[in-house]
Design a binder for this molecule. Structure first.
Ligand SMILES: *[C@@H]1O[C@H](CO)[C@@H](O)[C@H](O)[C@H]1NC(C)=O
Length: 372
């Protein structure tokens, strides 16, 4: 076995002192594992995940909308109130997003920056960025309505990012990074909740199954596009039970603010079309691992059994009345709940850090092996 130069004194000290051997073994494994010793999940031997790269909507928007002319923003208090330095960064929650959490669990880094962050250090490109833009969706109308970045815009930036990577580390290493990184594709809920149900512009042309078909085929095109550019390990998130998020209870859940069943059914219909699309691509695109991630059932289980997860409030967000406030409507003029860790939702649409932590742990536990 080849031992790097720096290991040799450690081997000698094992021989010198058996009483200190456990400390030495600890140091030894620390050195061997290097940066990845921070990983909280165990990857199969020999597997490297150099970066996390995210596309989609507000669930994994790391601040892309901050400098756009849109109302879909979160770069002001109380957003970010539990983030390091209580910084509102444009993340649509009180702390980190699932994109940060997944990068952290994989031992890559603690904060996944937005590609559009004007102060980004180029070194960050090597370990991943997010292209996601809050309010976006698979239906090209969805980002247009709120002036945010479409999937086409995100793809264009991804191409630009690849060129930057090539400039930094060359063609071959760039390809290695793309082929081995974990790609997160999170969208669909804004298409259904905003474009289809709330604004209603698509209702004239499409019933729910045909609209869900449009979404799934747009998702399919996008997945093929990033595959062609080098992505192989791709996590594709299904729609959550959108009828149960606080704002949709208010808009479609009647006087008692029940879950809006029609919205939940639409999410299920969409998921039933997205899942076979991912399976088909996974089996036809060589070397790909394209995995559908069910978020519907884990989130619904928290909503139905909150106490099992240490959560007390699931039908209101922590910000303001909790019934409707999101983005610019959730701002520093409003009070927040005293303890956001008792709430599943931070605003009327997005989970709290507590909610995201539960979901990310479940999802990683269930799906991580499917990527390798
Ligand atoms: C994806 O395809 C591979 C074979 O290429 C297979 O081993 C794996 O189980 C598939 N994954 C899913 C989630 O269908």
């Amino acid at each position: 076995m080849y031992l790097p130069y720096m290991m040799k004194p450690l081997i000698i000290s094992i021989k010198l002192s058996s009483s200190k051997s456990s400390l030495v073994i600890f140091l030894f494994s620390f050195l061997l594992l290097g940066d990845h010793s921070r990983a909280r999940i165990t990857l199969p031997e020999g597997v490297t995940v150099p970066a996390v790269i995210a596309f989609g909507d507000s669930i994994v928007d790391q601040g892309a909308n901050n400098n756009l002319k849109t109302v879909v923003k979160a770069n002001f208090p109380p957003y970010g109130q539990d983030f390091p330095d209580q910084m509102p960064t444009g993340r649509f929650t009180n702390n980190k997003t699932p994109a940060d959490m997944i990068a952290e669990e994989l031992g890559i880094k603690e904060i996944l920056p937005a590609y559009l962050d004007p102060s980004i250090d180029n070194k960050e490109y090597l370990t991943g960025v997010s292209f996601a833009s809050g309010g976006s969706g698979y239906d090209p109308q969805t980002p247009k309505i709120v002036d945010v970045l479409s999937f086409d815009d995100q793809l264009k930036q991804f191409r630009e990012y690849i060129e930057k990577l090539k400039g930094m580390v060359g063609e071959e290493k760039t390809q290695f990074i793309l082929e081995n990184s974990l790609f997160l594709v999170v969208a669909g809920s804004d298409d259904l909740a905003n474009t289809y149900f709330t604004i209603g512009i698509r209702k004239l042309e499409y019933d729910v199954p045909s609209y869900a078909g449009l979404m799934a085929s747009s998702a399919s095109n996008f997945l093929q596009d990033i595959y062609k550019l080098g992505a192989r390990r791709i996590a594709v998130f299904g729609a959550p039970p959108i009828g149960c998020v606080p704002s949709q209870r208010t808009l479609g859940g009647g006087g008692l603010r029940a879950c809006a069943e029609e919205y939940n059914q639409a999410a299920q219909i969409y998921n039933s079309k997205l899942q076979p699309v991912t399976q088909y691509l996974n089996s036809t695109l060589a070397q790909s691992r394209i995995v559908y991630i069910d978020i519907y059932n884990p989130l619904l289980d928290i909503i139905e059994n909150p106490l099992q997860y240490g959560i007390e409030v699931v039908d209101k967000g922590c910000c303001g009345t909790g019934n409707i406030e999101v983005a610019i409507l959730c701002n520093k003029l409003l009070p927040t709940c005293p303890d956001d860790s008792k709430y599943l939702f931070w605003d009327s649409y997005h989970p709290t850090n507590k909610g995201y932590t539960i979901l990310v742990n479940e999802v990683l536990g269930k799906y991580v092996d499917d990527f390798f």
